[in-house]
Design a binder for this molecule. Structure first.
Ligand SMILES: O=C(O)c1ccccc1NCC(=O)[C@H](O)[C@H](O)COP(=O)(O)O
Length: 263
């Protein structure tokens, strides 16, 4: 069965061919931003990574005609630790221009949330101002995952490595990934279940210097308290914040207390 992830990845091939025709400079001006890992490690509060998400394959159009810079400013005012920007156009209506606009406007780390399968995408992310890139374990075989991880680190970027089950967690740990995201959404079926975070947290090596982020399907403080109790240092939140009329309150309601888990 062809899944949505297969379709997104297939579409990337054409986009990458276009990117390779227009390589970007490595000399982009870099704004020094706080490390995402440092901001999360042993944080006593559940931190919020707020996403700019115009549309998605599971929900269609989420927010029409938004101004990414204005949204990002409101996220920062509410205390977001990082802004995630979806840069995929065909399925999410995002762009690298969205990312660049956000990066010019705020000085917290920006995560390029895309489906990265080639180093040129990392070059584009960095050139647009990203400080963090996403690598999805389910989208990459181990050799490519490893080489993209090393490439991103060599460019001075942090990497959020996304997993969905224990086998993928194992693969992320083989890279020695420090920032590991558990996607509560099954990218093959769209089903969202916060118990994904509970299951993987139960085998997560908290005693090592690593942080766990719970991604997708976070709507309110009840969800936040739940994943904080599993050991998450942060939540990555898209749709619920994009639909909220009260962004500042919505972000703040997720910044719940957490116990620092060390073993
Ligand atoms: O959101 C989707 O429908 C989706 C489908 C297939 C692949 C990825 C998808 N989303 C990307 C994300 O990981 C989310 O935007 C992010 O975790 C925030 O999720 P949410 O808070 O549920 O909007």
């Amino acid at each position: 069965m062809t899944t949505i992830l297969d379709k997104i990845l297939a579409a990337k091939i054409g986009q990458i061919e276009q990117m390779l025709l227009r390589p970007v400079s490595d000399q982009a001006e870099i704004i020094v931003r706080k490390s995402l890992f440092d901001a999360l490690y042993q944080s006593k509060t559940l931190q919020v990574i707020s996403e700019i998400k115009r549309a998605s394959p599971s929900k269609g159009l989420i927010a029409e005609g938004i101004n990414p810079a204005e949204k990002a400013t409101r996220y920062v005012d509410a205390g977001a630790v990082c802004i995630s920007v979806l840069t995929d156009t065909p399925f999410f209506q995002g762009t690298f221009d969205d990312l660049a606009e956000v990066a010019r406007t705020v000085d917290i780390p920006i995560l390029c949330k895309d489906f990265i399968i080639h180093p040129i995408q990392i070059d584009y992310a960095k050139n647009a101002g990203a400080a963090v890139v996403l690598l999805i374990v389910a989208a990459l075989e181990q050799g490519m995952l490893n080489s993209l991880y090393k490439y991103a680190v060599s460019k001075g970027l942090e990497v959020l490595v996304e997993v969905h089950d224990s086998v993928e967690l194992d693969r992320a740990l083989q890279l020695d990934a420090k920032i590991i995201g558990i996607n509560n959404r099954d990218l093959r079926t769209f089903q969202v279940d916060l118990s994904r975070t509970a299951e993987i947290a139960a085998i997560f090596p908290f005693e090592e210097e690593r942080v766990l982020i719970s991604e997708s399907g976070i709507w309110d403080s009840i969800d936040a308290i739940k994943v904080a109790s599993y050991g998450a240092s942060a939540v990555l939140v898209g749709e619920s914040l994009m639909r909220s009329g009260e962004i500042e309150n919505a972000v703040r309601s997720l910044q719940v207390k957490r116990e620092v888990i060390t073993s």
